[in-house]
Ligand binder design. Sequence first.
Ligand code: MBD
Ligand code: FE
Length: 279
Amino acid sequence: MTTTESPTAAGSGTAATEKFSQERVSADTPPERLSAIATDVLDALAQIVDKHGITYPEYRVLKQWLIDVGQYGEWPLWLDVFVEHNIEEVAYRGQSGTKGSIEGPYYVAGTTSLPARCTLPMREDEAGTRLVFEGQVRDLDGNGLSGATVELWHADDQGYYSHFAPHIPDGNLRGTIEVDEDGRFEITTVQPAPYQIPTDGPTGWFIEKAGWHPWRPAHLHLMVKAPGKRTITTQLYFAGGDWLENDVATATKPELILDPKPGADGVDRVTYDFVLDPA
Ligand code: MBD
Ligand code: FE
């Protein structure tokens, strides 16, 4: 018999919605811009209804599904999977440093501060292949940025995130690494598994009914910050991994793929350097 609760769509959705709702979000969108955007959204919807001849039963199912997404707390999940990659693409315009990717619903701010050479917090019996991830944070001219931090968070060997799955201790596989005086870091962690969108919630039902698949390739999430530099939020993937070519969240990029190889000690090791634009 197990004493741990198993993760559910409603559980991780509710946690993600509660976390998001604690942020005090705002945007300085003037009424004219809001009106122009809203008009285009409604025009696009009108065209879709007309083009496909949307029926009353379909309209009612949509209404119920939208209600369900909210009740399961899955708006952060659904929006980050299907919409955030477009927002990120627009946000990156004009930058030339390391490519960004989506933040997704499972970032937690203020994680444990760790030295430049460190091991991410993990359970004593943490499953998964050990991985050493090293690199340097630099400016556009190639100078190491001594004051930078590398926030790293990722799923475990089962594809679950701490804070959003009930059986994992808070802070597991999350940390804020303070780089050394040359901007370098060397982090020991474990290889994450691919992530499956929960199939027992409205985002999963929608994907299944459409005949799509619910998978993201295995990935590391990163947020890299330095004084006077533009923060980058990105993800790193693994060469040859499942779902790399058809991420449900459309968030992979060829520049963001790692190819770890065993080092002299036999442990998988990979280097990736981050380049930050000026703020
Ligand atoms: C994830 O782990 C993720 O990274 C994104 C973008 C969406 C859902 C789950
Ligand atoms: Fe993720």
